[in-house]
Design a protein around this ligand. Structure first.
Ligand SMILES: [Zn+2]
Length: 255
């Protein structure tokens, strides 16, 4: 059931992605401006490192990084079910609190997806390629589109059990049970995005984070990182990749 809705969603997500994929880049013409900028960036980074939350380490299990550049084979951890969806047992309480908070605010939610095994992700990947080929795309095009919209097997955060796809139930049910970024126009979805950090979650693939996450904007994919880290990441508009890199820099400096 999840599979078919994920795949159904793909076609639409794919279209939206293709249409919005034409950004423009501006180039600094003077090298002095560029070097000034880079030293400013360096200072900003040092300041951020000095402000990182105390007692958090890049190796903490809540911060495990899985993406297309950091693939992980199947991890072992205890799993539990929330609303019929499997997640890592350690996030059951914060997830239930998050969902209860949304409901109390008047926005009931549907948990669409949680933990997925590496084998399952491989199945989603293969099915996506098949779907594109059935639509008349060449093998090369099918692979390219799949790469854009499906996490590569062993590179999906859903394998950590710390990631959940959560949708405002009303929006989800009235939009063909699809995961679409335009769901962020819905007040209930906005509530989830704006309050996630209060429960230790972050919107994992923000609009302006594509370069560092390697994944297009997703208004439904939430990742548990713990309250301290979530608050810091939201305050400074950091992706998990950027946050972990700052923590590693602090550890390297021996602080
Ligand atoms: Zn997801």
């Amino acid at each position: 059931m999840i599979k078919s809705s994920v795949l159904k969603g793909l076609t639409f997500v794919a279209l939206a992605g293709v249409l919005s994929g034409c950004g423009t880049t501006t180039h600094q013409s003077k090298s002095s401006t560029a070097s000034q900028k880079s030293s400013q960036t360096q200072t900003k980074r040092q300041k951020l490192i000095s402000e990182l939350p105390k007692g958090v380490k890049s190796s903490d299990s809540d911060l495990v990084l899985v993406n297309k550049w950091h693939k992980r084979s199947e991890m072992s951890f205890s799993k539990s079910s929330v609303n019929g969806i499997a997640v890592r047992s350690s996030i059951v309480k914060p997830l239930e609190a998050f969902l209860a908070g949304a409901k109390k605010a008047g926005y009931p939610t549907t948990v669409v997806s949680g933990y997925r095994s590496v084998a399952y992700q491989k199945e989603v990947w293969d099915q996506s390629i098949q779907t594109y080929e059935n639509q008349g795309k060449s093998a090369k095009q099918a692979l390219k589109l799949t790469k854009e919209f499906v996490a590569v097997p062993s590179g999906s955060e859903h394998e950590t059990g710390l990631a959940v796809d959560i949708m405002n139930t009303h929006w989800y049910n009235t939009h063909g049970n699809q995961l679409l970024s335009s769901s962020d126009k819905n007040k209930g979805q906005q509530w989830l995005i704006n309050h996630a950090a209060d429960y230790g979650f972050v919107l994992r693939f923000p609009k302006d984070g594509v370069k560092s996450t390697g994944i297009d904007y997703e208004s439904w994919h939430f990742r548990y990182v713990g309250k301290k880290s979530a608050a810091f990441m939201v305050k400074h508009n950091l992706t998990l990749e950027q946050y972990v890199s700052l923590l590693q820099a602090r550890e390297k400096a021996g602080k």
